[in-house]
Ligand binder design. Structure first.
Ligand SMILES: [Zn+2]
Length: 223
């Protein structure tokens, strides 16, 4: 009663009282080991005062294995447990390579950009089409291989060489950067409805039809 009246006088919310005593079922509680991914009772885990439940994340057995591996100078790997997903595998691969060479990713990109810049562009452009399809709610279904196959060296509208090897300019894409155009925007990114044209041509076209662009050209002629 005393606590409640203090809280109301200060205008604050009455505090909930947290039970600090150890529950009777403490040692019978189960916990999942992050190492061997098996459920064990809490007393199978070493104490860790700062831990959420006062115990370590790995079981005693895994901790011992880790300690022995460390003493022997070997890397500690988890043998048991569910198989890794491809996402986890690639994360481990990236971590391993980054440990050896922090710039490996930059170097790899550089290598691909130098040997086949169009391939590099197709990878990124295909990923962009998937994101844009979600954003604009249109169908998507083109692979980077398909983009690579239809991407020409020159813009089919202006005939200028497309800059696959250069990254975007200071203000974003350059006028001669390649871009993926949806011929009829509402049909989405599907084979037959996409063309690789320059950013300049794509910008002029926008979502306009041929008749509309002709009207703009006629108006420009009269100025
Ligand atoms: Zn374990």
């Amino acid at each position: 009663m005393a606590i409640l009246s203090t809280a109301s006088r200060q205008g604050a919310q009455p505090r909930t009282i947290v039970a600090l005593s150890v529950p009777t079922c403490y040692y019978s509680r189960m916990k999942l080991c992050t190492g061997c991914k098996t459920e064990k009772s809490l007393d199978e885990f070493f104490r860790r005062r700062l831990g959420k439940d006062g115990r370590k994340a790995e079981c005693k057995l895994c901790c011992r294995k880790r300690r022995q591996a460390f003493a022997a100078g070997e890397p500690f790997t988890i043998k048991a447990g569910p198989p890794l997903t491809s996402c986890e595998k690639s994360r481990q691969y990236r971590a391993r390579r980054t440990a050896n060479d922090p710039l490996w990713y930059v170097k790899r990109s550089q290598k691909y950009r130098e040997t086949d810049p169009k391939r590099m562009w197709a990878w990124h452009a295909a990923a962009r089409t998937r994101r844009r399809a979600i954003k604009y709610g249109v169908p998507s279904g083109i692979s980077s291989d398909f983009l690579y196959s239809i991407a020409g060296d020159t813009c089919p509208v202006f005939g200028m060489p497309l800059a696959y090897s250069t990254m975007s300019g200071p203000m974003g894409a350059r006028p001669d950067s390649p871009s993926v155009d949806r011929i009829r925007p509402e049909l989405g990114y599907v084979p037959g409805n996409v063309a690789v044209i320059s950013v300049k041509a794509n910008f002029i076209k926008g979502n306009a039809t041929a008749a509309e662009i002709r009207l703009v050209a006629e108006w420009l002629d009269k100025q």
